[in-house]
Design a protein around this ligand. Structure first.
Ligand code: BG6
Length: 481
């Protein structure tokens, strides 16, 4: 199958930091279909050779194991082409169309890795130039809007020129191997389904903790904040995967219909419940991994006195028969103690304990980062410890050990899916809009109350109020156990 991948924003951060390394890995693993061309589009004048050199230099910053040798890079670089475009000029799109048509590849993937304010004008121009035919797919990266109205406006423009099944919205968390495994765990095994409900599950925690700060993105981040940056998309997508009903087939729309139902069942926020059930925080100076780091307000390009949240913890419920009353806690933050993303499913305690001493409910821990794996926490009798004493033990599954082949990274998977036209892991416009609809009351309540986020020390697990939030239901966060 021949393909053309056109990368708008071809010299930008996303292109060289994530997309090119992912494409290289896909090529190295022999997964990239033969007969492909990758065309980077940007505004400066460069030749193909100069662009290849530019990318070669950028590769020196990626993980050592993922670095190409000179020979590998020169073979991979044969796929890379460069085209200068002024994105406001119709004739430049006409030129691009000619370049695409002259080859007539089986599939054309147009990836918008540009600054978000260009999404709408570029979509318009692509449509007007006729780069939206049957075999074209358009990939959009977040942020897709900053609230419901702006997301809808983008979707309106996209849908004027592209069918819904041509528009692929990326949430790179859906490309993570652990998320694939969550689907496999739930719908490829009979074991958990009878337990996957309110009668057996006491609570669910989803944590996406980052140890990094906002780095050089202070200006972008300050207009975004953790709720828009991580909760509206990544954390909610994980929640839908946990809470969805079994889809009738593995087709993209069957899966996305079920995820949408979950988003529609989330308990809506009111100003009172925002004050009670949502904790926002902002990091102060501290130390992460033994290194002193500045507070958020001292980061480059962050405006003085900003109330932007770098941490959110919240409690919600999925209001349906399966989940009624089960608390779902979502938590994410920058400059936390560790890079750690995991979902903890806590089961109910035994109904009638007959063993003295330790009482601990079973837990299933789905680990996304830094490594992906599964842990099942049980209690077992330890011989010699007194015949009736129970001890916590865990069954651990490390996917790297279970599968000897190298795991496929998130962007690699999503780019290959975009080329192959597999839509399961892309977000549909109605899902995305529903996620905005659900977070908006929180944004409004915060804008109205004018209260500063709670401070937390860099290198901690966030403000103490986050612990109090779960303690109200008799729960603790995973690291506090
Ligand atoms: C991005 C956010 O979507 O996800 C970043 O904009 C964040 O702020 C990143 O750092 C986290 O992704 P990952 O895959 O490193 O957990």
């Amino acid at each position: 199958m021949s393909f053309d991948l056109v990368l708008f924003g071809g010299t930008g951060d996303l292109a060289w930091r994530k997309l090119m390394p992912a494409l290289f890995q896909a090529w190295r693993h022999g997964k990239l279909p033969a007969g492909g061309r990758i065309l980077a589009v940007a505004r400066d004048e460069r030749s193909d050779v100069e662009y290849r050199q530019y990318i070669r230099e950028k590769f020196t910053g990626v993980d050592e194991a993922k670095q190409p040798s000179d020979d590998e890079f020169s073979r991979f670089a044969e796929l890379l082409h460069y085209r200068r475009m002024d994105l406001s000029r119709a004739e430049h799109y006409a030129g691009l169309k000619q370049w695409i048509d002259a080859r007539n590849a089986d599939t054309v993937v147009v990836f918008l890795a540009t600054s978000p304010h260009l999404f709408m004008p570029v979509c318009e121009q692509l449509g007007l130039a006729g780069i939206n035919g049957q075999k074209v797919r358009l990939v959009l990266e977040k942020p897709l809007g900053h609230d419901l109205a702006s997301a809808r406006e983008i979707n309106r423009v996209v849908s004027t020129h592209f069918r819904e099944d041509q528009a692929l919205r990326i949430d790179h968390y859906l490309g993570k191997p652990a998320v694939q495994n969550l689907m496999a765990l739930r719908f490829g095994n009979a074991l958990f389904e009878p337990l996957w409900r309110r009668e057996s599950i006491a609570s669910i925690q989803i944590t996406i903790a980052e140890s990094i700060g906002v780095g050089t993105r202070g200006d972008f981040y300050d207009k975004t904040g953790a709720l828009r940056d991580m909760v509206q998309n990544h954390a909610l997508q994980l929640l839908t995967m946990i809470a969805m009903e079994p889809p009738s087939t593995g087709d993209a729309d069957a899966i996305r219909d079920e995820k949408l139902k979950v988003l529609r069942s989330l308990k809506p926020f009111t100003p009172e419940s925002v004050a009670r059930d949502v904790v926002r925080g902002q990091y102060k100076a501290g130390a992460v991994g033994g290194q002193a780091v500045p507070g958020y307000l001292d980061e480059a390009k962050v405006p003085a006195g900003s109330h932007c949240e770098t941490f959110v913890a919240l409690r919600t419920e999925v209001q349906n028969w399966r989940w009624a009353g089960v608390p779902f806690y979502l938590r994410t933050g920058k400059r936390l103690a560790a890079r750690d993303a995991q979902i903890v499913v806590s089961f109910r305690e035994v109904p009638h304990p007959i063993f003295p001493g330790t009482r601990r409910a079973n837990k299933l821990v789905i680990k996304l980062q830094p490594e992906d794996g599964l842990e099942l926490h049980l209690l077992a009798a330890k011989s010699g410890a007194g015949n009736e004493a129970l001890w916590p033990v865990s069954l651990d599954l490390d996917f790297d050990k279970a599968f000897s082949t190298e795991r496929v990274g998130g962007y690699e998977r999503l780019l290959l899916d975009a080329i192959a036209g597999r839509l399961n892991l892309f977000v549909r416009s109605d899902e995305q809009e529903q996620a905005w609809r659900w977070v908006e009351p929180v944004l409004h309540a915060w804008a109205a109350d004018g209260i500063a986020p709670r401070p937390y020390m860099a290198g901690s697990w966030g403000p103490a109020a986050a612990s109090a939030l779960v303690a109200r239901d008799g729960c603790v966060w995973a690291e506090e156990q």
